[in-house]
Ligand binder design. Structure first.
Ligand code: CU
Length: 211
């Protein structure tokens, strides 16, 4: 189990960390400290305050389980997100941008899921995670206006599982979290709608990862 977890984690972390490393080539930016991070299972590492360079990445590695106090990755629908499935979420802030990647393994094959960063932490009630994290907050909530509920103002991580039940997705936005970062990533039953009146909606909440 440790080996499989480690390989998922390596894949997910490598996916997201490679992005700023690649884009930093040819710029004057220093190489990210990201590669120095050594993740361990079920651990969240966050930026240390007061750094003037790019903050360290946030890395979450966890296994889905039914809700229990202290759970980091909760499944609300074990048929779509089985207990024991693995998840990795990595977020890197660099040069005013935020890149976030999600990797999952152990889900049903060939299915579409929605996923977003949400404002609040996960809880026993799927609603606990609150609304989508928005850079510019929609004055009208719930936000279904595509001017606000879009993948440039929110962090969308929709994915489709492959034949083995694995998937990866990533998001890049031209802003950073500031003092009030998102607290969770919620996995939904459908890909995210973009049309007016429904933008941002993605069906029921299947699972939640504290972030
Ligand atoms: Cu969501």
């Amino acid at each position: 189990m440790r080996r499989t977890r480690a390989s998922l984690v390596t894949a997910g972390v490598t996916t997201v960390l490679a992005l700023p490393i690649l884009t930093a080539c040819g710029s004057s930016g220093e190489s990210p400290a990201a590669s120095a991070q050594t993740p361990s299972a079920s651990t969240t590492s966050t930026a240390s305050p007061g750094t003037t360079t790019s903050p360290a990445p946030t890395i979450v590695l966890a296994e889905f389980a039914p809700y229990h106090p202290g759970a980091q990755a909760i499944t609300y629908d074990p048929a779509r997100v089985p207990a024991g499935a693995d998840v990795a979420v990595v977020s890197v802030r660099d040069a005013g941008r935020t890149r976030t990647a999600l990797a999952v393994r152990g889900l049903p094959p060939n299915q579409k899921f929605g996923a977003h960063a949400h404002a609040n932490a996960c809880g026993e009630d799927p609603a606990a995670a609150g609304s989508h994290y928005q850079h510019r907050a929609d004055p009208k909530q719930p936000s279904v206006n595509p001017d606000y509920a879009n993948p440039r103002n929110e962090i969308w991580l929709d994915f489709t599982t492959d034949a083995a039940g694995s998937a990866r997705s990533d998001s890049t936005v031209d802003w950073t979290f500031g003092d009030n970062p998102p607290k969770s990533v919620v996995i939904h039953a459908e890909h995210t709608a973009t049309d007016p009146g429904h933008a941002g909606q993605a069906g029921g909440r299947l699972a939640c990862v504290d972030f």
